[in-house]
Design a protein around this ligand. Structure first.
Ligand code: SF4
Length: 446
């Protein structure tokens, strides 16, 4: 029978070490079989040296030596060393918010096929970017919000892909760099689990104006998107929106699945192939011609509302020629609305700067009367909703520099919710960011 060997950190054999795996005094080794049985094999002392600096390679080497017969490393915090393990070794990191070993092992049974698949791929030399996040189903790990938004009212977010899986790696992406750039449509997260979480949220989470597929990457990469939309329609009249980068609309199966949605919001940030490559950094199999053909074909078939979002980045896609090309595409597409946006949240690349309000106004005029500016500048956001989160975020930031994903994990929030709050705190000068080894960290402001 297939099995995997799992290592986690603990001081007492009951609770999982609340911080990075390498900080634990002892490592506990478990074996998990595909029928759901598991057993403790042994515990080992963490004899690795003290960390001399953040992401110390010596420490990493010592830990992998101690745990060399294990396949899965479980931690409660994402550390730079976990990223290095993922990218350079046969060990598969896993993150969890679960506090006790027994709860974790019970939950890991549901993840066995996915984890075994990752372990096998690693054995064959692949280095998948995925770091599975194991949480109790009741935390509704695929759902966030309802988040108040200017366009959709109270929007219940549904996240269908692991952080951060996308066919693009946009320079302005507020979620950070794409870790899994792919065009593969598959069941990235179990669709039955997503549906039961949506049902649970509908029953318990107050006012919801839209159910919105968005989240940690590109939702159309999930092969169950159409099924989920149809299942939602069986249980509620709340309209369904899909926010997409539009790159896969050339696929007939996807266009067909999206016909059941009420609102589709694709994005278009380039009028030429060169700019697409600069702004969106697409998967190598994608090109602008195919993307536009897909959009136009979908427009002909779709009976719901289509709003096109254009994200403008200073000096990159805001030239007269580029905007002119986009205006021509919009002229053929005839979306119900065009929404102009710019980089108002911390981007993936520091060189992605926003346009000023007057520059946006000038470009808006080129797109004609159906165009609105949706970029939320200072003072226009959902303050009361964000206040609830501020205290928790500030407390974390004061303790040590943290990444977006650290904050989301520690507070049990979705990255998209945390981003909104961090933006406000940054504008008030209460937090500031700095880069370390390609990752953005948040620290207290002045
Ligand atoms: S902005 Fe959207 S399309 Fe671009 S990388 Fe981020 S998730 Fe993907």
């Amino acid at each position: 029978m297939r099995r995997i060997r799992i290592a986690l950190g603990s001081e007492d054999g009951i609770n999982i070490c609340p911080t990075h795996l390498g900080m634990a005094d002892r490592f506990y080794i478990y074996e998990l079989w595909e029928n759901g049985d598991y057993k403790l094999v042994e515990w080992r002392l963490n004899s690795s040296p003290q960390e001399k600096r953040h992401a110390d390679p010596e420490k990493r080497r010592a830990i992998t030596e101690i745990l060399k017969d294990c396949e899965i490393f479980v931690g409660r915090k994402l550390s730079p060393n976990f990223i290095k393990l993922r990218d350079n070794t046969q060990f598969q990191p896993v993150l969890t918010e679960i506090e006790t070993i027994s709860d974790l092992m019970d939950e890991l049974r549901n993840f066995f096929p996915r984890l075994f698949d990752l372990v096998e791929r690693r054995r064959r030399g692949a280095r998948p970017k995925e770091i599975p996040q194991v949480s109790k189903p009741l935390t509704l790990s695929h759902i966030y919000g309802p988040v108040p938004s200017r366009r959709l009212g109270f929007s219940l977010g549904v996240d269908l892909v692991p952080y951060k899986t996308c066919s693009f790696d946009c320079i302005y992406c507020q979620l950070g760099g794409t870790t899994e750039r792919t065009v593969e449509r598959r069941e990235w997260v179990p669709q039955g689990e997503v549906l039961s979480q949506i049902r649970e949220a509908l029953a318990t989470r107050g006012r919801i104006d839209y159910i919105t597929f968005s989240g940690s990457g590109e939702p159309t990469l999930h092969s169950g998107l159409g099924w989920l939309i149809r299942e939602i329609k069986k249980v509620t009249d709340i309209p369904v929106a899909v926010l997409t980068n539009g790159s896969l609309l050339f696929r007939e199966d996807l266009r067909e699945e999206l016909l059941a949605a009420d609102l589709v919001v694709p994005s278009l940030d380039a009028g030429t192939q060169k700019t697409l490559e600069r702004v969106n950094r697409p998967h190598p199999s994608l090109n602008l011609k195919g993307i536009i053909q897909g959009l136009l074909q979908f427009r002909r078939e779709f009976k719901g509302r289509l709003w096109l979002e254009v994200m403008l980045v200073e000096g990159i896609n805001d030239t007269e020629e580029e905007v002119g090309e986009m205006v021509k595409i919009v002229g053929k597409l005839k979306p119900d609305k065009v929404h102009l946006n710019t980089v108002v949240r911390p981007p993936s690349e520091g060189y992605a700067h926003p346009l000023s309000a007057p520059a946006l106004q000038r470009i808006k005029a080129s797109f004609g009367p159906g165009c609105e500016i949706i970029a939320g500048f200072k003072g226009e956001r959902e303050e009361p909703y964000l206040q609830d989160m501020e205290g928790g975020i500030l407390e974390l930031v004061r303790r040590r520099p943290v990444t977006l994903s650290d904050i989301a994990h520690s507070l049990g929030l979705h990255e998209n919710e945390v981003i909104k709050c961090l933006q406000v705190l940054e504008e008030r000068g209460m937090v500031k960011t700095h880069w370390f080894e390609g990752e953005r960290y948040y620290k207290p402001g002045v």
